[in-house]
Design a protein around this ligand. Structure first.
Ligand SMILES: [Fe+2]
Length: 377
């Protein structure tokens, strides 16, 4: 049995911030980071509110640690807020989701959040519609993926005007995160007809519009397509799950502080090769994952007369997209060489990561070390 459900209301397109005008006379806590606050973006969002008392929690950092969650809960209680608005990238959205969730559990009598908006300023995590959030335990250098339906934001606002100022490197990394979400959810053991539709569309849109958004950040049409693709891929993996690529990327991010999207991008050609497992083809029948990769290749018009051809062209397309986006092809070029001890640690952490559980091929520790070795060459 599989489940697909959508509960987040989604407002999309240029001008969708206008929806916030319906928030009147409330006490609002805006959760964001220092950069978004200083850039005036958080204030720009607040300006749409009507006669509201607005407080800011602007201490979000990337890979948000548990200490930041505690500080955010204190801010929420101090503000006595009945509306929360998360403004920023995946870290701000995840932080706001966890603050709300934990505060409601720890002190339900003091928390009375009625509305919770997620306003992404990057097109990447899809966090605005998912019931997942990732926080970091700094002591154990571990990323903790949290999963609970109560983490889903009530409303998502996808206004592409908020993304145009994202620098090219951020556009590249977050965009490759979208591509990884689409591909992993498509071959995941949890994939279903509903998630396939979303993943296929998000995949095709990302291949087409990510290079355009990277080359010209002010291309509002490409930005809007990427913003929507990010959200659609989020809806897909929220139901289907992800895979080993994310399991390893989480471990790499926690250990080496490699940006999440960049880690995914570097790993992706290798995890496609691993999951497709072309050499194991018996009697001309390839793995289900290989057949699905071929289908993705076909969708974007890559040569795919045979399964092998489709998989190999998909791999090459990802590697080529990385080159176009100026993402390094390996971990050494990314400035993160790995020792044998680190590879061992990363492999052990990736095996335990919840996203690895829905990978189409069950990996061993040695399989992960082999993938890391490939990424280091
Ligand atoms: Fe991701």
């Amino acid at each position: 049995m599989k489940e697909f459900s959508v509960s987040t209301k989604i407002f999309l397109g240029e001008g969708s911030l206008e929806h916030l005008r319906s928030v009147k006379g409330k006490s609002v806590l805006i959760v964001t980071d220092d950069f978004i606050y200083k850039s005036g973006t958080a204030k720009k969002v607040a300006d749409y509110l009507t006669d509201c008392r607005v407080s800011y929690f602007k201490d979000v950092v990337s890979d948000p640690p548990t200490e930041i969650i505690s500080a955010g809960i204190k801010s929420l209680l101090k503000a006595d807020a009945d509306v929360m608005i998360a403004v920023g990238g995946g870290s701000s959205l995840d932080t706001a989701k966890v603050i709300r969730n934990m505060a409601e559990h720890i002190c339900p009598q003091k928390v009375h959040i009625k509305e919770c908006f997620a306003v992404p300023t990057t097109s990447g995590t899809g966090s605005e519609v998912t019931e997942f959030a990732v926080i970091t335990d700094r002591k154990s250098h571990t990323k903790i993926p949290l999963h609970d339906v109560s983490l889903r934001p009530i409303t998502a606002i996808l206004d592409p005007s908020l993304v145009v100022s994202a620098p090219p490197s951020v556009t590249a990394n977050t965009g490759m995160d979208v591509l990884t979400h689409a591909i992993e959810s498509y071959v995941s053991v949890g994939a279903n007809d509903f998630t396939d539709a979303l993943a296929e569309k998000a995949f095709a849109m990302t291949v087409k519009y990510l290079p355009l958004a990277f080359q010209d950040g002010s291309n509002l049409f490409a930005r809007e397509k990427m913003h929507n693709a990010s959200c659609m891929a989020g809806l897909a993996f929220n139901s289907a799950g992800l895979g080993l690529n994310h399991g390893i990327a989480h471990a790499l991010g926690a250990t080496l502080h490699l940006p999440h999207g960049k880690a995914n991008a570097i790993l992706l050609p290798y995890t496609i090769e691993y999951n497709a497992n072309l050499p194991a083809c018996g009697n001309g029948i390839h793995s289900a994952a290989a057949q699905r990769y071929r289908k993705l290749a076909k969708i974007i018009g890559l040569p795919s007369e045979t399964v092998m051809m489709g998989v190999q062209h998909l791999q090459s397309m990802v590697a080529n997209l990385n080159r176009v986006l100026k993402i390094p092809a390996d971990l050494k070029s990314a400035g993160t060489p790995l020792t044998e001890t680190l590879k061992n640690e990363i492999a052990e952490t990736a095996l335990k990561d919840t996203t690895t559980a829905s990978n189409p091929r069950v990996p061993t520790k040695q399989d992960i070390i082999d993938i890391l070795n490939q990424c280091c060459e």
